[in-house]
Write a protein that binds this ligand. Sequence first.
Ligand code: GLN
Length: 453
Amino acid sequence: MTPRLSERIEAFPAALKEQSELNAVITDTSSQALAHLDGDGTQGPLSDCLLAIKDNLNLVDSPTTCASWTLAGYISPYTATPVQRLLDAGAAIVAKTNLDEFAMGSSTEYSCFGPTRNPYNPDLVPGGSSGGSAVAVAAELVDAALGSDTGGSVRQPAAFCGLFGLKPTYGRVSRYGLVAFASSFDQVSVFARDIDLTARVFEVIAGHDPLDSTSAAEPVTSFSYDEEHARSLTIGIAREYEHEGLDEEIGSRYRNLIKFLKSEDFTVKEVSLPHTDYGIAAYYILTTAEASSNLARYDGIRYGMRARVEGDLEGLYTDTRSSGFGPEVQRRIMLGTYVLSAGYMDRYYICAQRVRRLIQRDFLHAFKEVDLLLTPTTPTLPFPIGTKVDDPLTMYLSDVFTVPMSLAGVPAMNIPMGQSRGGLPIGLQLTANYFREETIFQLSRFIEQRYSV
Ligand code: GLN
């Protein structure tokens, strides 16, 4: 018999202590979860689930830190819509997890609470920025977790930790209560160890929310596996993703899966996404521009930490922002301010917006011919802690296969594909047309059942 949810919540602090070296969790919210249960708790589609949420999602009466000194002492007065939907579905939220400061990063090393470690090898990064959520699921502290994916922050850590990691279509899930990084990209996303739970959590959190004007009214269908449907899907392979820098083991897993799908009589077509190479540049212009505006609100007056109270107001702002934000966040605010400044706006920001439109067209064009795109998720296997923190460009290149989907706003998911010779997880990515998350689930389920690596 599986233990009751309340027993699992009670056992959580001890389990967390045992895995403390991984540094996956910032705040243990299990006592709040227990209080919320009252009696047997809400009966709902997730009433058997322990969940964790990234610490840039608000939960009433708990700290929201975004792994930044800037928010020290801040307690949230409200709950984010997707988090509320989890609670209403009966889930127990036992932890708020570690992340790169304000979700900016690819390794969960830029956190004021220190780095999160990869459970497959603690000397390696778990990916980021939602590394804490990925590790909490991979180490089996929880069943599933929410992260946020702006340019790959759920898909990349899912690949590094051997999990399913779904970034839904932009607008699918309400952003109400998610701390904004780049508002036209941010999407609340899901980690789980199997496809069924990934789909179940997605279905609970998705759907229109009057509190977020960018949330879509598109109906959310419930996933039920249909092998015939799965087999009817046409798979696209983009030649631009056969990258020179692609790790040899990831490349061979990718080619093997294509071979397998062909042997199962799937239609596999080559397609072209010609503007892929401009993705990273456009992404790091547009997201820094949005971040510089979004983060202006942390002025030492309205939220969290204040560096000093004496002296002039301008000085208070400067001291608070200089000491509260870490180096990566400061770099992005400066980059974003620069690309938006008079005289440079056309050259950078406007130009990047045009590139974004071209990338979006690439996808729309490809989806006229195919139902899904199969690509690698990451160019490399998990890398050692400390090797990329001082080299932002190399760090940014970790996102080369995930940012194009974020620029376009289409849904994409990492599917775990076994391990490398050295025992490290490998992941591949499936991308679908807008609002077609269900087709991703169908093919993933087919692969999960039929394909052994
Ligand atoms: N690694 C990317 C970045 O640093 C993605 C971050 C994210 O998706 N939140 O911007």
